[in-house]
Design a binder for this molecule. Sequence first.
Ligand SMILES: Cc1cc2nc3c(=O)[nH]c(=O)nc-3n(C[C@H](O)[C@H](O)[C@H](O)COP(=O)(O)OP(=O)(O)OC[C@H]3O[C@@H](n4cnc5c(N)ncnc54)[C@H](O)[C@@H]3O)c2cc1C
Length: 452
Amino acid sequence: MRRYVIVGTGVAAVAAAEAIRQRDPSGTIVLVGMEAEGYYSRPGLAYYLTGEIPEAMLFPFRDADFRRLQVQVVHDRVEGLDPAGQRVRLARRGWLAYDRLLLATGARAARPSWPGVDLEGVVYLDNLAHTRHVIRLARKAKEAVVVGGGITALELAEGLQARRVRVHYLLRGDRYWRRVLDPVESRLVEQRLAQMGIRLHHHTQVAEILGHKGRVTGVRTQDGRVLRCQLVGIAVGIRPRIELAREAGIATDRGILVNPYLETNLPHVYAAGDVAQVFDPRLGQHVLDSLWPLARQQGMAAGANMAGHRVPYRRSTPLNVTRLAHITTAIMGQVGQRDADPDAGLVRGDSEVWRALPDAILAQKSDEVNLIRLMVGRRTLLGAVVMGDQSLVRGLYTLIDRQVDITPIRERLLAPDAPLGDLLAAFWSEVQAHLRTAAAEDGSPPPREASG
Ligand SMILES: Cc1cc2nc3c(=O)[nH]c(=O)nc-3n(C[C@H](O)[C@H](O)[C@H](O)COP(=O)(O)OP(=O)(O)OC[C@H]3O[C@@H](n4cnc5c(N)ncnc54)[C@H](O)[C@@H]3O)c2cc1C
């Protein structure tokens, strides 16, 4: 009987357990996680913070689901790995032996080194315990300063604003998320934030977080201003939790390096999810993501391989359909901008692939509420951003992910004032019909559409 040990209780860990159980009905599966709450939806934390969903909705699994999977969930912290002895050391329970080990330890929020960063009232949106803490503090706070970039900073700002806290949002640069969004998209988001009552401060850096009796009272900026506040929300990036792996001699870079079978360089040790740095064949390099659907896919692939089914992981195009200042926004493939982003590195709900600068020509169409940006390569679409109306997203994602030849519409897409939406919708209908016919003829699966 094989013994599988999985470090982590996030989506990658649970997906791996499901994939193992599908293939190995009798093996022992142990999940070790250091969060008391176990498995919950991390992207859902933002909606819990705004008050749109109750805490109970964050939990996709009940105890009965773990029992059905015959998985043992242990609440403990893994403190060390002994790959030669095939065992892991738990903080409270001592050594635990494995035949196959998965590291699905995720990532943690980066902490800046500003003076005052340890004061009560400095908060992150990293896990459920943090979110509960923010909600508690927001009951008494009148003003907050939010610092950082990408999705999580906005989620903090919007969540606090929704809880009637007045928010100052500080950006080091001249616009929001400049490595992923283009200037038109950034301005659209910033306009909406201003309409919501969030005050933006461009070109503004924190010099110090001020406090009294251990609690936050304000922020001093590098240009000498003092913004009074009782809360400081920080979202300047995330760091994959690679320490266990590095100390055990597992090859790491920014994350744990894995091959297409999600194997590390050590025998019987795998990694998946936010902690794994996975080879992206289109970019030709190992990349990091912090995306729920990709973490799930990697967990499934790792689990299958751990159970002895040698199947390579097919990396799909990173996609996130999220909300930026109440604007539904889909980001997929390579959409990167030339500018570096001084506000944050890789954040939650982000992918290094998006930051890749594609060898592409831009086609863009926008009105006051909807926007489409296409990165048009020689024969294929390389990436897209869709804000507002999302009806094109499924088709667009499939065109990008399947690298469909767009030669029949390429020139028309690039014409000035091209009706991008109509062109894409008509082309997608043709492609779908073609893919269905081809699938029916050769028995291959029908077109795969966007998920997540
Ligand atoms: C606020 C927020 C918003 C997000 N928004 C989006 C979004 O819009 N779209 C999207 O696709 N994704 C989003 N994400 C990212 C998504 O949640 C992650 O990509 C996903 O949760 C990664 O899953 P994982 O299993 O790899 O890691 P995690 O979910 O981070 O789980 C890792 C677990 O391992 C545990 N662990 C770590 N080290 C140890 C140890 N030594 N011993 C025991 N346990 C350990 C951790 O405590 C944690 O519970 C968001 C995340 C957050 C926090």
